[in-house]
Ligand binder design. Structure first.
Ligand code: COA
Length: 255
């Protein structure tokens, strides 16, 4: 069963005596807990929500100071799409931890976890049972599959694709534009592609458009300038292949 949130905390009286002299800035609204009877609903009481229509699945847990369905704010020069956003969807049994901000248009899969103070932007999709670590930033239009583990402090840039069972270690940085904003409206902006069950070590940097192959291993601190073949282990700056991932390390041994 899904709960559709109707934000009601901002209603104004029509009595002119009680109207403020100036229009106050929009306030975050609080879910109308008293109207709710589901488990999901009682657990989201007193959490802020900026967008009516946000859908919260049965059994989802929304911790303190979470903002759900926040409207996107784009800089004047941003090239991100400005289309109208669908409501945020938080899947059944998912957890959005303290202080996280999840924008309208995002989709959080069933039993996924969005860690403390993480940020998930518009149209990002996070798959079932995937974990986004503390303080990680998931940009707009990112696609993340199931059972992915993204640890603390990562930056997953716009238009990145992360397939199922990928491991992203702390402080990994992905990038999407070599020209650092000096490009026309049509790009080039191209995120990373992390194929199924690959692993990216702590602090690694992936240059724009890099593909890391299935079951590949990027060592800690590597700067990846070329695509990484499936099962390759790459190390260093720039990253070079030193061997292959052995059979005993493949994911089917570890699930
Ligand atoms: C790749 C890795 C597994 C080490 O592989 P290894 O084969 O055991 O490497 P060794 O320790 O035997 O070192 C072999 C050589 O590579 C060098 N080396 C090892 N790791 C390196 C790295 N990440 N970057 C650059 N050089 C590295 C070593 O200095 C050594 O060089 P030398 O032969 O000149 O002395 C390790 O560096 C790594 O990235 N681990 C992942 C850690 C991580 O991010 N975990 C995330 C969860 S917290």
């Amino acid at each position: 069963m899904m709960l559709v949130v109707v934000a009601t905390g901002c209603s104004r009286t029509s009595d002119p005596k009680t109207q403020p002299a100036t229009t106050p800035p929009p306030q975050p609204r609080v879910i109308a807990a008293t109207a709710c009877t589901t488990t999901a609903c009682t657990k989201i009481a007193r959490r802020f929500i900026n967008d009516a229509g946000t859908v919260v699945g049965e059994g989802a847990r929304i911790q303190d100071n979470v903002v759900l369905g926040k409207p996107v704010v784009l800089g004047a020069r941003s090239s991100a799409p400005r289309d109208r956003l669908d409501p945020l969807v938080v899947g059944e049994g998912a957890t959005v931890c303290a202080g996280a901000v999840v924008l309208a248009g995002a989709r959080i899969g069933a039993r996924a976890v969005v860690g403390d103070q993480a940020h998930v932007r518009e149209r990002a999709e996070i798959g079932e049972e995937t974990v986004v670590g503390r303080g990680s930033a998931i940009d707009n239009d990112v696609r993340i599959g199931a059972r992915v583990r993204i640890q603390s402090g990562c930056y997953i840039t716009a238009y990145t694709t992360i397939e199922d069972d990928v491991f992203v270690a702390p402080c990994v940085t992905t990038t999407h534009a070599h020209t650092m904003s000096r490009h026309g409206p049509d790009g080039p902006i191209v995120g990373a592609t992390l194929r199924r069950a690959c692993r990216v070590g702590a602090g690694a940097v992936l240059l724009p458009g890099i593909e890391v192959g299935e079951e590949a291993f990027v060592a800690a601190g590597a700067v990846v300038t070329k695509d990484v073949p499936a099962r390759a282990v790459v190390v260093g700056v720039p990253a070079r292949q030193i061997r292959e991932v052995p059979d005993e390390d493949l994911i089917e041994r570890w699930v």
